[in-house]
Every structure is written in C-alpha cells, then in structure tokens.
Ligand binder design. Structure first.
Ligand SMILES: [Zn+2]
Length: 174
C-alpha cells in the first residue's frame, strides 16, 4: 500500500459510504492506514490517500502515538465562527506547507469500527486535522485555489488594519 500523491486524479474522485458491519478488507485497510500514518510521521490519513475510495480516515494528534482514532462515514455538524490560519502539510502534497484558514472547532458525527454512532467536538489541532481529512474525502487539497485566496485576503485585511492603527497613532500625536 502506497500513498497516492498529488497530482494523481484519484485524490479528486468521489468517495463512497462504508457499509456495516465492516468487511475484513475494510478492517485490514484501516490497520494499514494507521501503520502508514505513523511510519510517515503523519497525524491524519484519509482512505483515498492510500487508494481506497471510502469515507473513512484515521487520526492521532498526540505525541505518544499510541491510540489512533478511526472515523467512518464522518459528517461535520457544527463549525466555529472563529477561524485561525496555520501552516499545514499533507502526505499527498510532499514538501509543501500551505497557510490554511480554518474554523477553530468542529462538531463531528461519525461511526467507530464497531458501527456505533459517535459525536465529538474537536478543537485547534485536532479540529484542523478533522477538516483536512474531510476535505480529502471530498476531493479537496490544501494547494487548492480557494485556500490560497483566503490566505491572501486575510493578509490584506491584516495589512489594512495595521495601516489603520498607524494612521490612528499618527493622529493622536498631532
Ligand atoms: Zn492531506
């Protein structure tokens, strides 16, 4: 099993829902995904990144690397209004770090390996990873134009507010 890399169009193709109970193939693939994620020092990996077009991903944002979480048929049900920009990498877009603006928390509904429905809110880094992997399942990558445009827009806004504060400081002095 190998990581599918950009610009392979497989990464852009639709992924389908997983059926329960999981097949033994699904179980093996999930174990391999966890293994590949750890071996590549990743903190998240979507099934279509290893050539399997199913709606599932794995994640471990802890430093102990002892317990990967498995998400099957995940759906984002809640998003924070507040956003944060951070540099992000991707195992399918090697050597590229891209500034991506994302909501600081998300509420996610998903199924575990045993087919039980779960709901959990993820914050900061794990929220970022969840959104990144959800993007993969929807054929979207961090190098996509709208992410770049949003980062540019944010920079302009920061620039404008900086100019504004300089102008106000000048006025106070005069
Ligand atoms: Zn990725």
């Amino acid at each position: 099993m190998q990581i599918v890399e950009q610009p392979d169009i497989f990464l852009r193709e639709p992924t389908s829902e997983v059926k329960f109970p999981l097949s033994s193939e699904d179980q093996v693939i999930i174990d391999q995904m966890i293994d590949i994620m750890y071996r590549n020092n990743g903190i998240g990996l979507a099934a279509n990144q290893v050539g399997y077009a199913r709606r599932m991903f794995v994640m471990d944002t802890t430093s102990s690397k002892a317990g990967a979480m498995v998400f099957i048929n995940p759906v984002i049900e809640k998003v924070a209004k507040e956003k944060l920009t951070e540099k992000e990498g991707c195992l399918s877009c090697q050597k590229q770090l891209v500034e991506v603006r994302r909501p600081i928390y998300v509420g996610l509904k998903y199924f575990c390996r045993h087919g039980e429905e779960q709901y959990k809110t993820f914050y900061y880094l794990s929220s970022r990873v969840v959104q990144h992997e959800m993007d993969h399942l929807n054929g979207k990558l961090i190098i996509d134009k709208d992410f770049l445009e949003e980062a540019e827009k944010e920079k302009e806004e920061l620039n404008e507010s900086y100019k504004e504060s300089v102008r106000q400081a000048k006025e106070r002095k005069e």
